[in-house]
Design a protein around this ligand. Sequence first.
Ligand code: ZN
Length: 236
Amino acid sequence: MEAKICSICKLEIHQKYCGNCGQQIGESETTMLSIVSDFFSNLLSVEKSVFACIYKLFTDPKKIVENYWNGNRKYYPSPGKMLFYSFAVAALHLTYVSDSLMGLVMEDGDMSGIGPQFVFWLIILPILILSSYLTFIRKKISITKHLISIMYLGATFFMLVIILQDVIEYFFPNTVKGGSFVIFFMTVFILNAKVFSPAGNKAKVALNTLLSILILSLIGIVLLGILYLFNLIHFN
Ligand SMILES: [Zn+2]
């Protein structure tokens, strides 16, 4: 291939992409057909990387978390991107399907609607990060790594459980109630335990899953106690 000049960086290019800015260097002028094929291949490549990420989170969550932790980008979607997708799915669900997420409705109806539901799920995320950090506190792993793991797992399974619940509800109405809540927490805890436990050690994964459930419960009790002390909630 003869050398070309990058239109952005003015550097000489010998490959398909500019090594400085990453833009693909054109070999021919743009046709109508190439605009259409570009549109569809972009659409498909977004989905392909999201599906690849979801599959990998199920089979080898450690790999995804380590990859992002080590600063590698663009092959798998970032945790922020997965969080963005999960918010989009949640917003669609709240607008068109039901006013509760994962069947979470409070007695007096205060928690229904888009605003309170989103706030609740935004509070759950830091609580999950804290319980992950406390579960593995002896390993002295940076809280940033726990944040990456929980953001990936929390966002992805939040999204998947909402979609799965809507599909099941559509075909078999009124079958799933509180179950999706439990499935979400169990999946996140088991896979998060896989991220921070020695590879292939099933006993350690099971033990750490139980430990993180226990720690989450303790954090929950402490939070409820604080809310109760400040008269923000009351028990009947
Ligand atoms: Zn360039």
